[in-house]
Design a protein around this ligand. Structure first.
Ligand SMILES: C[S@@+](CC[C@H](N)C(=O)[O-])C[C@H]1O[C@@H](n2cnc3c(N)ncnc32)[C@H](O)[C@@H]1O
Length: 229
């Protein structure tokens, strides 16, 4: 398998501020924000993937994209789209992709600056086989819970875009978030879910940056696979 020399792509030092507004759908913000990820009612896939086809995997909140890029290398025939609300992170991933495409790799990977609070209108119904939603920001305080992307609307969108045999993969190291997500799915009623305690049951070999951090620091985390009823 091809590998990426990440030392060629220094990570940005500045940490741009993400305003609380960016976690809200744009139509719920009363005053037009001057800095907000673009809405994307429609995407022309030939602008994003070398083969011009739609994505089959989505990585929502892809962070600095390690899982996205490694999975794209492992499965070069599958288009993989990452969505990330932090602009510098999406831009850094795009820099890696643009840097590697002349080598004939990562034509199947893309990352967009986007807030998933606005749904997934650019994805056709029943076209996605895997959605990854890994280590979401926990937003511990109750008054910050509105910033959590994992809502009934989010699950409606996941259910709409997933194929009937598709899977939503969840990982978190925060027990409160795990409980909140299970409760939200139970109330929503469309997904069944099972916890995966072994790598075999999980079935994904690439790891996210946050997962690698948890493994290095011995922080336990939970893996859950969800399927439509
Ligand atoms: C703790 S990081 C985990 C990143 C990566 N999934 C991993 O496992 O290493 C959570 C990521 O979700 C992103 N995020 C949070 N809310 C989002 C939203 N509404 N839309 C898109 N990305 C979001 C954050 O900016 C952050 O990069």
């Amino acid at each position: 398998m091809d590998t990426i020399d990440y030392t060629k792509y220094p990570k940005p030092r500045s940490r741009q501020h993400v305003s609380p507004n960016q976690y809200l759908p744009k139509d719920r913000i009363r005053i037009e924000p001057n800095y907000y990820p673009p809405l994307r009612p429609h995407l022309d896939w030939s602008d994003h993937f070398t083969n011009g086809q739609a994505p089959e995997y989505l990585d929502i909140g892809c962070g600095m994209g390690r899982f996205l890029l490694e999975t794209a290398l492992q499965e070069p025939s599958v288009n993989l789209l990452g969505l990330e609300v932090r602009e510098y992170a999406a831009n850094w991933i795009r820099g890696v992709i643009q840097g590697e495409r002349p080598r004939g790799i990562l034509g199947n990977a893309e990352a967009l600056w986007y807030s998933v609070a606005n749904g997934l209108p650019f994805i056709e119904r029943g076209t996605i086989t895997k959605i990854f939603y890994f280590f979401p920001d926990p937003w511990f305080k109750k008054r910050h819970h509105y910033r959590r992307a994992f809502t009934h609307q989010f699950l409606d969108e996941c259910a709409r875009v997933l194929r009937s045999d598709g899977t939503l993969y969840l990982m978190t190291d925060v027990p409160d978030v795990d409980e909140y997500q299970r409760e939200t799915m139970t109330e929503h009623g469309v997904f069944t879910f099972e916890e995966c305690s072994t790598d075999e049951a999980w079935g994904l070999s690439a790891r996210t940056d946050q997962e690698n951090f948890s493994l290095r620091k011995n922080i336990p985390y939970v893996r859950v696979k969800c399927r439509k009823r």
